[in-house]
Design a protein around this ligand. Structure first.
Ligand code: HEM
Length: 404
């Protein structure tokens, strides 16, 4: 049922228009994985929503099998300009590789793959563990922390700063910008955030031209595409992609995973007893069950799905939280089964599958393992109602943990 005053494209049947509260950009005290998401799975396989992103109507696909297929479909759906970050400041650079389409995408992605390989990411293990421990040490003796503020936000940012060889005292700025850009609606704040991130990255690129090192920007300067080195604009586009792709995603997953462990003592106990390899398997199930990120596509050619027609220029959201809880795809999708070994789309599918997936997994594993080593069984502060936030990246706003 239509609940909105948006101007509908002529090819969209008004009967298929609905508001999708999953993208409301507001807090809720109901766990969306138990409320909003199952409710969407009772509706049509595909519908048109007024609000898939800020001021952006578009198609929502509900079924896991469709989401999987469309993630990988680069013929009917493209990504160029789909994030809108460059347009926010009146520019037209691409986030690399996420806003590139084939065949250009392949030239850049194939060069980046070795830099983000499992082996390269394994070589960062000691510094990732050190960062986790440094942060945990700040609150360990207190017997409590506000997990999102005290750990989940700063941990991936500290690793990002290490990857770029930037000083750790920039954490607060980086956190503020990512928050303004991804979680706030005010246009001027979002514009200011893009400009500030751009300035930091452009200055860092200029510095690395003069003083190359081992950091990711210096490494990008050695890469080639079409027989030439990457330009500064392309290196910036990649660094911006890392900033957008590698911080908030990890923060939201950490919040959701730790919330589950704090509210399910048996699962926490199992993971405390597990060896590393069993926890690697358990974390895949947490990744599956608490998929948080939605990604966007723009229709490139007329496409028909379940009787609905998408036309070139239409926006579409591929919502991994919906894929994660599709009862047609998973048996008992709301049960967390550590031995499930699920295939999932939490990290995407097809050519755009998460470039940082090996780092992401390492960060999640390290956070859980170092927390377990330093801190005894933890729970959520008694009586506290946990605020979730509904948006293109589902996350928890505050998670007060207690231990004794
Ligand atoms: C748990 C944390 C993470 C989640 C859930 C996640 C999720 C995703 C998803 C779903 C995609 C596919 C986007 C699409 O198809 O439109 C993606 C792509 C990407 N991610 Fe991640 N990500 C995470 C962590 C990271 C980290 C730590 C980095 C940086 C090192 C990173 C960098 C990227 C990049 C550069 C792409 C674009 C790949 C391409 O288009 O070829 N991500 N991520």
């Amino acid at each position: 049922m239509a609940t909105t005053t948006i101007k509908l494209p002529a090819h969209v049947d008004p009967a298929i228009v609905r508001h999708c509260s999953l993208f409301d950009r507001r807090p809720t005290y109901d766990n969306p994985y138990e409320t909003v998401i199952p409710a969407i799975h009772e509706g049509p396989a595909v519908f048109f929503a007024d609000n898939i992103s800020v001021n952006q109507p578009g198609w929502v696909v509900r079924r896991g099998a469709d989401i999987r297929r469309l993630y990988a479909d680069t013929e009917y759906f493209h990504k160029r300009g789909n994030t809108g970050f460059a347009a926010l400041i009146g520019e037209d650079w691409d986030m690399i590789p996420t806003e590139l389409d084939p065949p250009v995408h392949h030239g850049f992605r194939s060069q980046l793959a070795p830099i983000y390989s499992p082996t390269r990411m394994m070589s960062l293990q000691a510094s990732i563990s050190n960062r986790a421990n440094e942060i945990i040490e700040r609150f360990r003796a207190r017997g409590e922390c506000e997990f999102v503020r005290d750990f989940a936000v700063s941990f991936p940012v500290s690793i990002f700063l290490d990857l770029l060889n930037l000083p750790q005292d920039r954490i607060d700025e980086l956190v503020r910008w990512v928050n303004d850009l991804i979680h706030r609606d005010q246009h001027d704040l979002r514009v200011a955030a893009v400009l500030a991130i751009k300035q930091l990255l452009v200055e860092t690129i200029a510095d690395r031209r003069r003083n190359p090192g081992e950091d990711l920007i210096s490494q990008a300067m050695t890469l080639e595409v079409d027989g030439r080195k990457w330009t500064d604009r392309e290196i910036f586009g990649h660094a911006f992609n890392l900033y957008i792709g590698g911080l908030d995603t990890v923060t939201s997953n950490l919040g959701l995973h730790f919330h589950h462990l704090a509210t399910h003592p048996d699962d926490q106990e199992t993971m405390r007893r597990n060896d590393h390899n069993s926890n690697v398997v358990a974390i895949e199930e947490l990744l599956r069950a608490f998929a948080a990120v939605s990604n966007y596509r723009i229709c490139a050619k007329r496409y028909e799905l379940d009787g609905q027609v998408m036309m070139p220029g239409d926006y579409l959201v591929l919502c991994s939280p919906l894929a994660a809880r599709d009862p047609e795809f998973y048996e008992s999708p709301h049960e967390i089964r550590f031995d499930r070994r699920p295939s999932h789309v939490t990290l995407g599918n097809g050519i755009h599958r998460c470039l940082g997936q090996h780092l992401a997994r390492r960060e999640l594993q390290t956070a859980i393992e170092e927390f377990f080593k330093a801190i005894p069984a933890f729970t959520v502060e008694p009586g506290y109602k946990v605020p979730f936030f509904l948006s293109g990246v589902i996350h928890i706003k505050e998670l007060p943990l207690r231990w004794s």
